[in-house]
Design a protein. Structure first.
Lengths: 351, 526
């Protein structure tokens, strides 16, 4: 206090702490908690039921995970900005129906809009693009409501959950659109690489890789974390926070559209009741993967692990002949335990 | 101990104080907040507690209201030593604090707020008629015209304060602490509050009155205690005090620990000029500050200090210029060109930077690394392959500012929340310097950072001015303002009250313009 030093000595707290450079266990656990949890689970299931480890079973798990996984990638962006999207399952169903209809000649599109898109019949590219377009438009609509009208995301997408489901039912008069050809069904049912790896898994992991790169290595990714971490600080740093928040709803909409296309292809049918309650599985995957519901913390790699974890859990319980009622109870408990574990580890680290 | 003749009405000869705080010490990591502070209070007395921002007034009152525990020293209440462990305990002892930010629930009625947590009528059911009746009685005692069933959200700030006072009365308080109660009130409302305070003292209640407004203190208080740097300067009966005397007691900190500027800044053209800045906010906002016809300019290479007490409007001016808040009117010129700034984005594009008042709430991304925190505003200059962040260039930038500002960190990957306050502040300053701004506004740049880091920040601001940047510095610490600024503007209640060159200014002169009405300050010439 009494010295008027012009070049003060470094203060105690400012010195680099050796512990921050060396390996430390809490830090390691905090980063890889979901992965450790997944590995433990896989080992337990493998011991109890050796069939679990068969490649065919593992690829099936991954295929089951791929649709909700796609949605979870988009959801990760939304939750990173401290938002939420409950409408993903409904938007997926609507987008799936539109693309199925377009692929089969656009009968319902003609009926509702008077526009004849029959010339696009049989074009997989047009079908896929139409699904994605519906998803993006849905995301734009909801994102605008969140940013322009300042309605909380929970409420906007709760509305979307109902409205897009209604739109799907209205579009196809409640009925399914089914029966596609080989070219269409390849994207949901096909297998590549030694006829082993399901195509949806490739799409899911490809999307995850792109999303990871965007979040970690681009300016946009930094902006997403910044807006979620401290919106006021982001605004005062010159970020266009409204546009960034709008964009994440567009991204999750894109993923819902893509998921709608892949699901229609895998089931050889698009249905208005597809994807019911997917939002719960998807949010569970993101949260289990360590992304904070308060925004600013987490990432896509964790989400992939979270999505696979939910898939492994379901698959393992099925193999062990656990009743589907009990399965739901167990999954519910595991969600809470996994997030508790993650928070517990993180609090130990910052303490 | 005191001159009892001075208070024939309220303090009776031979009476013991109801409250004695003796030899109170309190320290926080790195700061001795209070050293051997003494204060006592008589029944029915209004006791003023004065001092600059950071003098220790709030800490002392938080100890009395149970929010903090003193490290040593004793508190005696009605002749009995007491240990005030928590706020509930304080309330039980009849000590109630009315804070600047009210603790009312806006969606509930006046009556519900008054009896919050102590609702009459047991067995879990509310006795509505009892609540109403008792609230009406309280209002009658205070001579306030407020309906018990009005929702608090529909009340003005002054009315909300009355509800707080009614609540304090309803729990049979003997001591009411009022923290800056008049800062958000109009002249008329202030007079009304002072009237109510007189009525309370007539009923035997003692008031501790924290204020920045010296005339008010002289008008209402029986005695005044002045703190400076966590120590007693003195306690005096009001008839021995004057505004000049109070100002002299409040200011005068030892300047030895401060950075002493040696360089002479060379001023260039006017970089930023602000004119006709006016704003009248919503009256229901307790923190709202009216800005009136603010006009000033700052030149390249100049450090302009904005001095004022809490509520003077300094931060509001900075945020208005930077486009962070909307205001009713404002004319801005940058380098002589008229410009419009509607958002921080606009401001940044025009070469402005703002280091905000509250580091953690407004500047830092606490969950993110130093890297992301430092480069967030300048990413557009650090791109390659389209939208990808150019890591090598970013590393270079971070290394450059780590060296220039001596930011002490383990690696750029370290979480910013693990840095010391001083290093966090340097990261925020570096964020703006990386954009090479023409005008940098720094709001309380050394708040909550240690003495060594403070000197470094001061030196840095000096260097920035030498490089031709126009700096606007807001600070609550007068020695800081005086040692760094080339020119100083004083503000009071949203108006500029004075302009001084560094050579002319003194703490007394500034305080006089910050704390007194113009009419009074015109008379006071020290």
């Amino acid at each position: 206090m009494d010295q008027a030093s012009r070049t003060p000595p470094p203060t105690e707290s400012a010195k680099p702490k050796p512990s921050e450079r060396r390996f430390n266990l809490p830090d390691f656990l905090a980063r890889f908690a979901p992965l450790i949890f997944l590995v433990l689970l896989a080992i337990i299931f493998g011991l109890l039921q050796p069939r679990f480890w068969l490649p065919l079973n593992l690829w099936n798990v991954m295929r089951q995970v791929s649709i909700t996984g796609l949605l979870a990638i988009g959801m990760t962006f939304v939750i990173l900005t401290a938002g939420i999207d409950l409408s993903v399952g409904s938007l997926l169903a609507f987008a799936g129906l539109v693309c199925a209809d377009l692929y089969k000649g656009g009968e319902f599109i003609l009926q509702h809009t008077g526009i004849n898109l029959g010339f696009l019949e049989g074009s997989v590219l047009a079908a896929a693009l139409s699904a994605v377009l519906i998803g993006v438009l849905g995301g734009l609509l909801q994102g605008s409501a969140v940013t322009r009208m300042r309605v909380p995301p929970f409420v906007v997408t709760l509305g979307g959950l109902s409205a897009f489901r209604g739109a799907a039912l209205f579009f196809s008069n409640g009925g399914p659109i089914s029966g596609f050809d080989e070219a269409f069904n390849f994207w949901g049912q096909g297998r590549v690489i030694n006829n082993e790896v399901p195509v949806p898994v490739i799409i899911f992991l490809g999307a995850a890789l792109v999303a990871h790169i965007v979040l970690r290595y681009t300016r946009y990714g930094r902006h997403v974390y910044a807006v979620g971490g401290n919106e006021e600080a982001a605004r005062l740093s010159g970020l266009n926070t409204g546009r960034i928040k709008l964009s994440v709803y567009v991204i999750v909409g894109f993923m819902a559209g893509l998921g709608g296309f892949v699901l229609a292809s895998r089931l050889n049918s698009a249905e208005a009741v597809a994807g019911v309650s997917y939002e719960l599985t998807v949010i569970a995957a993101v949260v289990i993967g360590g992304t904070s519901l308060f925004g600013g913390e987490g990432g896509v790699l964790g989400t992939v692990v979270g999505a696979v974890l939910v898939g492994v859990l379901t698959n393992g319980l099925v193999l062990m002949n656990v009743s589907s009622y009990i399965q739901q109870i167990i999954i519910g408990v595991i969600i809470v335990v996994a997030v508790w574990f993650d928070q517990f580890i993180k609090s130990r680290r910052t303490a | 101990m005191i001159d009892l003749d001075a208070h024939p009405q309220r303090i009776r000869v031979g009476e013991e104080p109801i409250l004695m705080m003796e030899h109170i010490d309190k320290s926080f990591p790195g700061v001795q907040a209070l050293s051997a502070v003494e204060m006592n209070l008589y029944r029915g007395e209004v006791h003023g507690l004065l001092g600059e921002n950071g003098a220790g007034k709030s800490t002392l009152m938080k100890i009395l209201s149970g929010a903090y525990r003193q490290d040593s020293g004793t508190i005696t209440l009605n002749g009995e030593p007491v240990e005030i462990q928590n706020p509930l305990e304080a309330q039980r002892l009849g000590i109630v604090t009315i804070y600047q930010e009210f603790t009312l629930v806006p969606s509930l009625t006046v009556a519900e707020n008054v009896f919050m947590g102590r609702e009459p009528g047991g067995r879990g059911l509310l006795d509505w008629s009892a609540i109403q009746r008792q609230t009406e009685t309280l209002m009658w005692r205070l001579d306030i015209d407020l309906k018990p069933m009005t929702l608090v959200r529909n009340l003005s700030v002054a009315e909300q304060q009355m509800v707080e006072i009614a609540r304090a009365l309803s729990i049979q308080s003997q001591i009411i602490i009022m923290d800056e109660p008049t800062s958000a009130l109009s002249e008329h409302e202030t007079q009304r509050l002072l009237q109510i305070i007189r009525e309370l003292t007539a009923q035997g209640i003692s008031i501790i009155f924290i204020t920045h407004h010296l005339e008010e203190a002289l008008e209402i208080c029986d005695r005044v205690t002045v703190l400076r740097d966590g120590r007693n300067v003195g306690t005096e009966p009001i008839n021995r005090l004057s505004t000049e005397r109070l100002i002299r007691m409040m200011v005068g900190r030892s300047a030895s620990e401060l950075f002493q500027r040696r360089s002479q800044h060379r001023f260039g053209d006017v970089a930023l000029s602000v004119g006709n800045l006016n704003h009248t906010p919503d009256t229901r906002d307790p923190n709202a500050i009216t800005l009136q016809n603010i006009s000033f300019a700052v030149r390249r290479g100049e450090i302009l200090g904005l001095a004022g007490l809490i509520g003077a409007g300094r931060t509001e001016i900075a945020r208005a210029i930077f486009g962070a808040d909307e205001v009713d009117s404002m004319d801005l010129e940058i380098n002589g060109e008229p410009v419009t700034i509607r958002s921080p984005r606009d401001a940044i594009r025009l070469g402005l930077g703002l280091v905000p008042e509250d580091r953690k709430q407004q500047a830092l991304f606490l969950a993110l690394a130093v890297r992301a925190n430092l480069s967030i505003a300048s990413l557009s200059r650090l791109l390659r392959f389209g939208e990808f962040v150019n890591r090598p260039a970013e590393n270079e930038l971070i290394e450059e500012y780590r060296r220039k500002l001596s930011i002490r960190m383990a690696t750029p990957e370290q979480r910013v929340s693990n840095l010391s306050g001083g290093n966090q502040q340097k990261v925020v300053i570096a964020r703006w310097l990386a954009l090479q701004p023409q005008v940098l506004i720094v709001d309380e740049p050394t708040r909550g950072i240690d003495v060594a880091a403070k000197a470094e920040v001061h030196q840095l601001l000096d260097e920035l001015a030498n490089q031709g940047i126009a700096v606007i510095m807001i600070s609550s610490e007068l020695p800081e303002i005086l040692s760094i600024s080339d020119r100083i503007l004083t503000l009071r209640q949203g108006r500029i009250t004075g302009e001084f060159l560094r050579a002319q200014a003194s703490e007394e002169l500034l305080m006089q313009h910050m704390a007194l009405d113009e009419a009074v300050s015109a008379q006071v010439r020290m």
